[in-house]
Design a protein around this ligand. Sequence first.
Ligand code: NIG
Ligand code: FE
Length: 408
Amino acid sequence: MKTLIGPFAQILPMTGLSLKGALHDEQLTVIEKGGVVVENGEIIAIAGYKSLLQKYPDCEIAFQDTPLVLLPGFIDCHTHICYDGTRNRDYAMRIAGKSYLEIARAGGGIWDSVTKTRIADLVTLTENTVARANRHLKEGVTTIEVKSGYGLNLESELKMLRAIQQAGMHTPATLISTCLAAHMKPRDYTGSEEAYLQWILTELLPVIQQEQLSNRVDIFIEETAFSAKAAADFLQQAMQQGFVATVHADQFSAGGAEVAVNARALSADHLEASTEKEIALLANSDTVAVVLPGASLGLGMLYAPARRLLNAGACVAIASDWNPGSAPMGDLLVQAAVMSAAEKLSTAEVLAALTVRAAPALQLKDAGQLLAGYTADMQAYPTADYRDILYYQGKMKPALVWKKGVLV
Ligand code: NIG
Ligand code: FE
């Protein structure tokens, strides 16, 4: 049965936009008094409401009697929402001026979350992930990437990925998992970084493949994590094994984005420390430049150079990096809106970064735009003017969210 939803004061289908480079708001298609026809979770047609009424006279009608602006559901292409425990002590120390090293010495940092996640059981991790995914969904995020990386041994990495898989069956949101066993060399691993990465390749990834837990790998390239050289070898071998790649790159020091581009990774994420060299490399590649304002806000650091990336011609996506350490807030729209004011990103650039430009980072072919044949993942804001969405800096939340055509 077809359903005609509308009328909407405005529909922004996010179609017809270039995937790369700067965008002006005039380039946005805005359908005034629009409607959308949905069937079996898919968009059938999208156009003026009156014309759809005429064309589909037998449709069921889902009449909207208040002014709403309709957008595609957001895609959050970088999160770590599968974890247990808090890092509020880290945060309190950080805002009181303690350094990264002082916090690590006091038992904080990634390793603290590893310890807490290792002792959590599968059910707890699944429930935590479902709760966070459902909160995201209510806020208009209909597709969510979720990384492992707080297990860092066979048993616990598999536990995390199984929890993400289970969680995907208990939330309407689409979850896409990524193996981030290369988050850091675990403190209880006695070998070299190369040996640890080799262990991931030979012992962990085959099981992940066998159980179909993920087809994506990530690695944190940083002085405190893995070197560019070791990461390049790791990515090449993981890709030979059939995985696609993404990279935590240039967060504190530059170097990771170059590895990502050379490896033809789907995305290079963070980029706070990227220089003109990395910006040019990303702009001349198909690797999506994913900026993570939530991590800048959580760490009190500068934002990634999103403006310069766009001006150079890169495909820029914005993700939340929701994690217990550097980005505990997890509110994607607030983060994107706050960053846009600082970086001078247009509304078109921000909305594209949360939808159509985030889709290629996850190889999504039917999400991020409102287009016939695409999944009916949609959200509607309680306003008649789309500019209000960033104007209220993320405080205005969607009044309605549809996942596969069903209201959540
Ligand atoms: O993306 N950069 C490394 N990893 C995470 C933070 C993880 C943590 O602190 O728990 C990030 O910011
Ligand atoms: Fe991250």
